[in-house]
Design a protein around this ligand. Structure first.
Ligand SMILES: [Zn+2]
Length: 410
C-alpha cells in the first residue's frame, strides 16, 4: 500500500485570484485538502501535493453561485434543465432554483436533485402550491386560489438548509389578473419564515412598479432590471423609475436574472443611471436555451421566454464587463454577494481556509468577440470570460456542458 502522504491533495498554481469577500486580488496559489480550502498564499511552488494544476493566466474565484436557476429537472417539464449542465459542468458550483419547488414538491427536489447532483442546490420556494410547472405556462394553475401561506411557511421552515428564500412570481399575466395579491402573500410568507423574497418583473410596470416596490424590504430581491419587456427598471419615458433608487437605498437588492429578455440598451441606461446589480443570475431554462434532452418536436418558440441569443452565466459576466463594470464588481455578483443574499456568507462565496473547496477557474480570452441580445443589438467586446473547470468540495469538474455557448469571433 502506498503510504506516501502529501501535505495537500490539490494545489492550483499561478492563477490570478479575485476574491471580493477577502479583498484578495493578485497572484495566489490555492491548496485543497480533504475537500476543504487549506491555504491561499502567494507561492506554493515548493510544496508537495498529490496533484498540481497549473492555472497560470487563469482567473481563480470562489465557486460561482448562479442566483437564478431553473433546474427542477423533469418535474417542471421542459422548463427545468439538468442541474449539473447549468452548474458544475459550466464552472458554477452553487445554483439557486427560483420558484421550481413548492411546499408540495420540495421533497422531490431534495431527494431526486439536491442529494444526487454534483452541484450545490438551493432554492427560493415558490409561493404557489404547484411551484413553477412548465415555467408558469398554464396560467389557470396560478392565482390567489393556488397559494397556501401556512403550508408554505411550515415546509420552508422544515427545509431551511435548502430553502433560502421565497419566490413570488408575477411575470406574464399574473399582475393583470390578480393585482398585487400574490406579491403580498409572498411577502407574508417571507415575513413568517424570515427569508428574503424575490420578485420578478410585472407586465405594464410603469404603474405597478410604483405599487410593488414599496412592499419590498431590506434583503428582498428585485429581479430583471435589464429586461426588454415591460416591467423592468426603465419607464416608457426612458428613465429609471425613481422608486428603484428609493428601494435600493432601503436595502432592496437587484438581481440581473439575465434570461432571453436581457437588453444591452436597457442595461446601459440602468447602469448609467448609477444602479449596480447586487447579483447576476443567468436565468437559463428549457425555453431559452436548447437542452440536449429536448428531443422530438421543439415547441420552445411558442413560449413567451423563447430567445435565440446564446447566453450563460459567464456570457452575462462578459456583457457586464463590456458595459463597463469592473472585474471585481462582476466577480462579487457571482460569489460574495449571492452568498450574502442567501445568508450563507459564512459557508460559500469566499476563498477562505477551512471552507468547502468550491472554486471556479476561468479564462479571459482577449480578441474581438460578438455578444448579442434578443432585441437584435450586437456588441463587440475585447474580453470574453469562459469557464475552464471548477472544484466542488475539492472534486474537479471540467467545463464540458453542452449549454456553454461557443465564442463568436467579431
Ligand atoms: Zn426565471
Amino acid at each position: 500500500m502506498n503510504t506516501v502522504s502529501f501535505p495537500y491533495d490539490v494545489v492550483l498554481t499561478g492563477g490570478t485570484v479575485i476574491d471580493p469577500a477577502t479583498g484578495l486580488n493578485g497572484r495566489y496559489d490555492v491548496a485543497i485538502t480533504g475537500g476543504k480550502i487549506a491555504a491561499v498564499v502567494p507561492d506554493l511552488s515548493q510544496v508537495q501535493a498529490r496533484e498540481k494544476i497549473d492555472v497560470s493566466g487563469k482567473l481563480v474565484t470562489a465557486g460561482m453561485i448562479d442566483t437564478h436557476a431553473h433546474v427542477y429537472e423533469h418535474v417542471t417539464g421542459k422548463f427545468g434543465l439538468n442541474p449539473d449542465m447549468v452548474g458544475v459542468r459550466s464552472g458554477v458550483t452553487t445554483l439557486i432554483d427560483q420558484g421550481g419547488p413548492s411546499c408540495m414538491t420540495i421533497g422531490g427536489f431534495r431527494n431526486y436533485l439536491v442529494d444526487t447532483a454534483d452541484s450545490r442546490l438551493l432554492c427560493f420556494i415558490s409561493c404557489y402550491l404547484v411551484g413553477g410547472l412548465e415555467g408558469h405556462l398554464y396560467p389557470d394553475l396560478y392565482g390567489p386560489h393556488g397559494v397556501n401561506v401556512d403550508h408554505t411557511v411550515r415546509v420552508a421552515k422544515e427545509n431551511l438548509d435548502i430553502v433560502r428564500g421565497i419566490k413570488a412570481h408575477a411575470e406574464i399575466g399574473g399582475q393583470s389578473r390578480w393585482g398585487l395579491e400574490v406579491i403580498k402573500t409572498g411577502r407574508e410568507i417571507a415575513r413568517q419564515t424570515g427569508l428574503p423574497l424575490e420578485e420578478g418583473p410585472v407586465p405594464d410596470a410603469d404603474e405597478l412598479i410604483r405599487e410593488l416596490v414599496p412592499f419590498m424590504e431590506p434583503g428582498d430581491v428585485l429581479a430583471h432590471p435589464f429586461t426588454r419587456h415591460p416591467g423592468g427598471f426603465v419607464s416608457k419615458e426612458g428613465e429609471v423609475h425613481p422608486i428603484v433608487f428609493e428601494a435600493i437605498a432601503r436595502g432592496v437588492r437587484v438581481d440581473v436574472g439575465h434570461g432571453s429578455h436581457f437588453s444591452f440598451e436597457v442595461a446601459k441606461r440602468v447602469l448609467d443611471a448609477g444602479v449596480r446589480p447586487f447579483t447576476l443570475g443567468a436565468d437559463l431554462h428549457g425555453y431559452n436555451v436548447k437542452a440536449p434532452s429536448a428531443g422530438g418536436k421543439d415547441t420552445r418558440e411558442e413560449n413567451p421566454f423563447f430567445g435565440i441569443a446564446p447566453f450563460s452565466l459567464t456570457i452575462a459576466m462578459s456583457e457586464l464587463l463590456a458595459l463597463g463594470m469592473t472585474m471585481e464588481e462582476i466577480i462579487a455578483t457571482v460569489t460574495s454577494n449571492p452568498a450574502a443574499m442567501v445568508r450563507m456568507e459564512d459557508e460559500i462565496g469566499a476563498l477562505k481556509v477551512g471552507r468547502d473547496a468550491d472554486i471556479s477557474v476561468m479564462e479571459v480570452l482577449n480578441g474581438r468577440f460578438k455578444l448579442s441580445d434578443n432585441s437584435g443589438v450586437e456588441v463587440v467586446t475585447d474580453r470574453l470570460i469562459r469557464p475552464v473547470f471548477c472544484l466542488r468540495d475539492g472534486v474537479r469538474h471540467d467545463s464540458d456542458s453542452p449549454l456553454i455557448p461557443d465564442a463568436i469571433a467579431a
